[in-house]
Design a protein around this ligand. Structure first.
Ligand code: SF4
Length: 386
């Protein structure tokens, strides 16, 4: 076993220890998020140095002949005002507005430079995620929208999502999103419990969540709220209370994600431990999933994918097949010949046979684009699956 493989196997064993509560490696301490095996970022087969392409532009040049089934565009906005302790995403705080301005200036440059290789691709779905995309000003939102529409063929666009954070939502920003064609706005509530909100370092009040939901629902027909379940110590009563309050927001869909204990930060685990909360055994987390499913179906909701529920139409429907549908989710978890073109620091581009990774460091990403006018990415071939 090579040392890299052994290290991965060791980390994997430790991971399962945490995830499934097997207590196989009790001596291992919690390790930092950025040193953990990136579960959320595994794309099979794994990229190795041997698969790195000497000419990273090859996949972009080949895109027209790849015959992709559907094409999604992902734009990453990596800025947050504060960092939530459960957060598994690539993001960070910022020291000045200038940082955001420079980043927003670099994005259209990346879009334009890539277009020179891929042409004006037909795009089915756009997802602007983060971080907090709603930190952008109305003007910045409009500029981003203009760059997208002038560099892609968006005539048959089915879905355009903008992720938002409740404190940063304003009518002006929602209008700007609407004006660039956004038709789905998603925001996080995560939990309504004061104690878990504190543990998660969520600094918006529940009243701010409710107000933002109202504003977003007024402007958009398709809205979504993200919720988390499976926290240490969460009882069925806590779970039902959160589910009830999430439905009260009256968004089109509600997404319930299990807390990812592995990707969460050490401080979340420390705080939970300090207040005496015990991690739920895997069986109880599965039970919570079943409880949620039963509860939501009893309220007239049905699943539209693995996480998302929407009001069912027709009492006999087991699964909602009609609109709303979360198309971006479909493409991300879709077919081998679906394509995602990523923009922004740390964004991933997945093309049939290739993975392309953008520079994860924000300053490096901005500098390579603004100072050197070069695309900040490396590319890997995906060997044929056996
Ligand atoms: S959950 Fe969202 S707002 Fe919180 S740190 Fe992560 S990206 Fe930022």
């Amino acid at each position: 076993m090579t040392s890299v493989v052994k290290q991965q196997a060791d980390t994997l064993a430790w991971t399962y220890n945490i995830m499934f509560d097997l207590k196989l490696l009790p001596s291992r301490k919690l390790i930092k998020f950025n040193q953990q095996l990136p579960f959320f970022k595994w794309y099979y087969p794994f990229d190795t140095d041997e698969d790195r392409l000497p000419n990273p532009f090859l996949p972009l040049l080949a895109i027209k002949s790849l015959q992709t089934r559907r094409c999604a565009v992902y734009v990453h906005v990596p800025f947050c005002e504060t960092i939530c302790s459960f957060c598994p995403f690539t993001r960070g705080t910022y020291s000045s507005e200038t940082e955001i301005q420079n980043y927003v200036a670099a994005l259209p440059l990346e879009i334009d430079l890539k277009r020179r290789f891929v042409g004006r691709c037909k795009v089915d779905v756009i997802f602007v995620g983060g971080g907090i995309p709603s930190l952008l000003s109305p003007h910045q939102i409009e500029s981003l929208g203009a760059a997208i529409h002038s560099n892609f063929d968006t005539r048959s666009l089915k879905e355009f999502t903008f992720e938002s954070e409740v404190k940063s939502v304003t009518r002006g920003k929602l209008e700007a999103m609407h004006s660039i064609g956004v038709n789905r706005v998603s925001f996080g509530a995560q939990t309504f419990s004061d104690s878990y909100r504190k543990i998660f370092s969520l600094d918006a009040s529940v009243a701010q969540v409710v107000n933002a939901a109202k504003l977003i629902n007024e402007r958009f027909d398709y809205t979504n709220v993200d919720m988390i379940y499976g926290m240490a110590g969460q009882t069925p009563k806590d779970l039902y209370q959160d589910a009830r309050e999430a439905l009260n927001l009256q968004t089109t869909t509600v997404d319930f994600y299990p807390l990812n204990n592995l990707a969460a930060q050490t401080r979340m685990h420390r705080t939970m431990r300090a207040v005496g909360l015990q991690h739920l055994p895997a069986t109880e987390r599965v039970q919570h999933r079943i409880r949620l499913d039963e509860f939501l179906r009893a309220q007239g909701y049905a699943p539209i994918n693995g996480y998302s529920y929407s009001l069912a139409v027709g009492s006999q429907r087991e699964v909602v097949q009609h609109s709303p549908k979360f198309y971006y989710h479909d493409v991300v978890y879709g077919y081998h010949d679906d394509a995602i073109i990523g923009y922004g620091s740390s964004a991933l581009t997945q093309l049939p046979g290739y993975n392309l990774y953008n520079a994860a460091d924000r300053a490096d990403y901005v500098s390579r684009l603004l100072d050197k006018q070069i695309l900040p990415f490396e590319a890997f071939a995906i060997p044929d699956c056996p």
